[in-house]
Design a protein around this ligand. Structure first.
Ligand code: SF4
Length: 757
């Protein structure tokens, strides 16, 4: 345990000058006029009663929300009709985005656990910083510099992520850090990087409208990405819509073909689809020969995936498989889309790459309406993937590459030895590190590990072993915050500024349209405070504001595939409805649009862009790689004791992750069941004697959960489905990970189903 602390310095009052300064004036000086995006100019001066567009802070669709201001403060919002992402639409979460900020139980002051009473008690920021630095340093002194770790998020701004990664690894001397994007997007990151040379989702949302065959795999955009689904509905080409999913989801019901494959038979099915397309000659030989490598080996490998083998593994009728092959073969602009049903699997990277392989072999990439397209989850998972500086070096670089380290050190003006040469541990390894005693101090930023982590009971037990747990969030009552020793109150989306990067690589602007409550500070300002308190503020002298860091990030991106050095400033982003990377200095010159008070909209060709139109990928020689492996059995399969498969996923479009924010909206709470429910097939319900209304007990080797019974034929017999947002769901899930991305396999474990209480 940590040695007793010396008495803290006398805390200054909350009305300290620095605190007032950091709450500062609201930054709604980027105020729109009705004719943005080509028709108007951003006025230079703040209009106190006007509207301004802010990118939504929930999912990675990245919708533009028009915030209505009175006296410069947000009073309402609507969906921006001119924003190129959502075109005037928003899902329930977007419409309610301001409500969680106004929740009466927002955290307003730092809290410190009283060692005698166990209660969390308010303290000043000065005391909080003293506790943070003294105890983290004490852990390092006792157990080594690598004995502290952080777990962060895809929900804060890119500038904040970059600051956190730099502060922790270069300023505080820590090494092991990761974010909750490991839980949703690590697979896409690794799959793209290995196959295409960079984490580069190739599409633009216009591809939803230009495709004549859309194949959704483990993806339910009707509720998970409803605005993307609206873009599908605008498609004028009467497209075939194919859904590969064990459940007959909302999207499957709306599809022209639902392929109800057995859980986790997707990799076998996709290899079989490739083999059948090869058999039919549906191969773009010109594209394959000019732009890829490894095709011959891939073709030889998939030859073993005969229709008979595929149907045996997937449980599909032969006619269904043949129809899938026929529909994909008939497409001229085929797009493959995947989400968590792929990413959260035990062999997720190879499954994502099986989709990339299909796009490559059929030449369905780099053209309108095509692509192997990962749909991202959190609002800024893409920012995390590029700049969090956790398991990858800033700008999509590698810690182990000396040239990359030199580039980063040169841009930042840091000595080269300040840039770490090794990546840190992934999320699951950090948790294993807590168990082994290697990790003693943990800093959790804007995520709720105790709820969302797979096999949550293990984390809850292990967290009790930590010498020091710090949680930084909007609310002090999250499952994780309740376990902490120190709590730091953070400003939320709409109370700070910065940028997010959405699914289609569009960098969008977040603005401060509300004051954070009490003494809550933006994550950016908290990192500034910690840097100063730790004694490493000198490294971050240039990091004065989010926009100053944005300028640094531009320089870090220069020359990389994600180069956005041509974006002048925040005004440029605002006037353009966001800008997709890449956007180089040469692009800026060609577009003829810059930043500053006179910033205007980008001309049409710059507003919606896809990658790889020239067939050149980011690997040596410009060639994409076919990557494949033999399918494996999931870590835990049903048996006599636990005879069902437990599937998990998104419940409704009104819920977000652990309901930390959406649970604070009266409106959203009306849009989903208050209590956890489980979907059971009618045949299984009849066999088990389960009747509605009734309760069901779900037991796995890790825990038990009682839920309300919902009998529905949309879930396949032999499986049950739980929406992931309710506490206790991850009591049941099993610690199983994809070996390449280390992403948890939330979608498959064995469960027993009986009558519950
Ligand atoms: Fe926000 Fe996503 Fe809903 Fe758009 S779809 S309003 S980005 S939560």
């Amino acid at each position: 345990m940590i040695a007793p602390l010396p008495p803290p310095p006398v805390a200054k009052t909350p009305t300290n000058t620095w605190l007032r300064e950091w709450h500062g004036p609201l930054t709604a000086d980027l105020v729109q006029t009705p004719g943005r995006f080509g028709l108007g100019r951003i006025p230079e001066r703040l209009k106190p009663d006007a509207t301004t567009t802010v990118v939504c802070g929930f999912c990675a669709t990245g919708c533009g929300l028009t915030v209505h201001l009175k006296d410069g403060v947000a009073v309402n919002l609507s969906a921006d009709p001119l924003y190129p992402v959502n075109l005037g639409m928003a899902c329930p979460k977007g419409w309610e985005a301001l409500t969680p900020l106004a929740a009466p139980d927002r955290a307003t002051t730092p809290l410190l656990r009283n060692a005698s009473t166990g209660a969390m008690e308010p303290v000043s920021w000065v005391r909080a910083m003293h506790e943070f630095t003294t105890k983290m340093k004490a852990v390092q002194a006792a157990h080594g510099p690598e004995s502290i770790a952080f777990l962060s998020t895809g929900q804060i701004c890119t500038e904040e992520m970059a600051f956190l990664g730099g502060l922790f690894r270069s300023g505080m001397g820590g090494r092991h850090c990761d974010s909750n994007t490991r839980q949703c997007m690590a697979t896409a990151h690794v799959a793209y990087k290995q196959s295409l040379g960079f984490d580069a989702p190739p599409y633009t949302y216009a591809d939803f409208e230009e495709s004549d065959c859309l194949v959704f795999v483990g993806s339910n955009p009707c509720i998970a990405h409803p605005i993307m689904w609206q873009r599908v509905l605008r498609n004028p080409h009467h497209p075939s819509i194919v859904v590969l999913d064990p459940r007959r989801t909302e999207t499957a019901m709306a599809a022209t073909l639902h392929v109800p494959l057995a859980p986790k038979s997707d990799l076998t099915l996709l290899y079989g689809l490739a083999a059948a397309l090869l058999e039919k000659g549906v191969v773009d030989r010109r594209f394959v020969d000019a732009h890829t490598e490894g095709f011959a080996e891939f073709a030889a490998f998939v030859a073993a995936f005969t229709p008979e083998r595929v149907c045996a593994a997937s449980g599909l009728a032969r006619e269904t498989f043949d129809e899938l092959v026929r529909v994909v073969a008939a497409g001229r602009r085929v797009s493959f889309w995947w989400t968590m049903g792929v990413n959260q699997g035990h062999e997720s990277t190879r499954t994502a790459q099986a989709l990339i392989n299909l796009a490559l072999m059929t030449g369905n990439i780099g053209r309108p309406g095509t692509g192997a397209n990962s749909i991202t989850g959190q609002c800024n998972a893409m920012g995390s993937r590029l700049f969090a500086n956790a398991t990858g070096l800033a700008g999509g670089r590698d810690f182990r590459d000396a040239g990359h380290r030199r580039e980063v050190a040169s841009v930042l003006g840091w000595p080269e030895e300040c840039v770490p040469s090794e990546p840190g541990w992934a999320y699951d390894q950090i948790i294993d590190g807590i168990e082994s005693g290697a990790i003693r101090g943990l800093w959790v930023v804007a995520t709720n590990t105790a709820h969302s982590w797979i096999h949550q009971g293990r984390f809850r037990e292990l967290a009790a072993k930590l010498d020091f747990l710090v949680v930084q969030d909007l609310y002090a009552d999250t499952d994780t915050a309740r376990m902490g020793h120190l709590f730091l109150p953070a400003a939320g989306w709409g109370e700070k500024e910065g940028t997010f990067i959405n699914s289609e690589r569009r960098i969008g602007l977040v603005k401060r349209v509300r004051r954070p409550p009490g003494q809550a500070l933006s994550d950016f300002h908290i990192f500034q405070l910690i840097a100063a308190a730790w004694g490493c503020g000198g490294l971050f002298r240039e990091w004065r504001s989010p926009e100053a860091v944005f300028q640094i990030l531009k320089r870090l991106s220069a020359g990389r595939p994600c180069d956005f050095s041509g974006i002048a400033d925040y005004r440029h982003l605002d006037a353009s409805g966001g800008v997709q990377w890449p956007f180089t200095v040469a692009d800026a010159t060609e577009s003829g649009v810059g930043g500053g008070p006179e910033a205007g909209a980008l001309p049409g060709k710059w507003r919606e862009r896809r990658l790889f139109e020239d067939g050149r990928f980011f690997l040596p020689g410009g060639r994409a790689r076919f990557i494949f492996d033999e399918p494996r059995t999931p870590a835990e399969v049903p048996d006599a004791e636990y005879p069902f498969v437990l599937l998990t996923g998104r419940g409704t479009s009104a819920q977000w992750h652990t309901n930390t924010r959406t649970g604070r909206s009266d409106v959203l709470r009306q849009l989903y069941p208050a209590e956890c429910y489980v979907e059971v097939h009618p045949d299984d319900a009849a066999r088990l004697g389960l009747t509605v209304p009734g309760r069901v007990r779900l037991e796995t080797r890790r825990g038990t959960l009682d839920a309300n019974l919902y009998v529905t034929p949309t879930v396949p017999a032999g499986s049950v489905f739980l929406p992931m947002h309710y506490d206790g769901v991850n009591r049941l899930t099993a610690s199983s990970f994809d070996p390449h991305s280390r992403q948890p396999s939330y979608k498959h474990c064995a469960v027993r189903v009986t009558r519950g209480n």
